[in-house]
Unconditional design. Structure first.
Length: 115
C-alpha cells in the first residue's frame, strides 16, 4: 500500500483518544492485563505439558521423515554422528516452529553443519 493511499484511508477514521492518553493509568486495563497474563501462562503450561507428552511419543513412534533423515545421515556419517545431527535438527525445527528462532540463528546453525 502506498503512503498516499494509507494516509487517505487513515483520514477516514476519527481520532478517539487525545495525544496525552496513557492507558497504564486506567484501572480496568490493569485488571484485563492481569487476566491476559494469566491466560498466557496457562497456555504456556499446556504447551509445555504437550511437549513432554510429544517427546515420549516421539521416542516410541518416530515420524517417517525423521526415520528417513536418520537413515540417510547414518549412511553418510555413521550412527553416532547421525544421532547427534538428527537431535540438533529436531531441536532447531522445534525452535523455528514453536519458539520462532530468528533467521540469522537458523543460518548460523546450518553453516555449522556445512563445514
Amino acid at each position: 500500500m502506498e503512503e498516499v493511499e494509507f494516509k487517505r484511508l487513515l483520514a477516514l477514521f476519527p481520532v478517539v483518544r487525545s495525544r496525552d492518553y496513557n492507558g497504564e493509568l486506567e484501572p480496568s486495563k490493569e485488571l484485563a492485563s492481569h487476566a491476559a497474563h494469566d491466560e498466557v501462562t496457562e497456555w504456556k503450561d499446556a504447551w509445555n505439558e504437550m511437549d513432554k507428552k510429544d517427546d515420549v511419543q516421539d521416542a516410541e513412534n518416530e515420524d517417517p521423515f525423521w526415520q528417513k533423515l536418520r537413515l540417510a545421515a547414518e549412511g553418510k556419517v555413521g550412527p553416532a554422528k547421525a544421532a547427534r545431527f538428527c537431535e540438533a535438527v529436531k531441536r532447531t525445527h522445534k525452535q523455528l516452529v514453536y519458539e520462532e528462532l530468528t533467521l540469522d540463528s537458523a543460518r548460523k546453525f546450518l553453516d555449522g553443519f556445512q563445514k
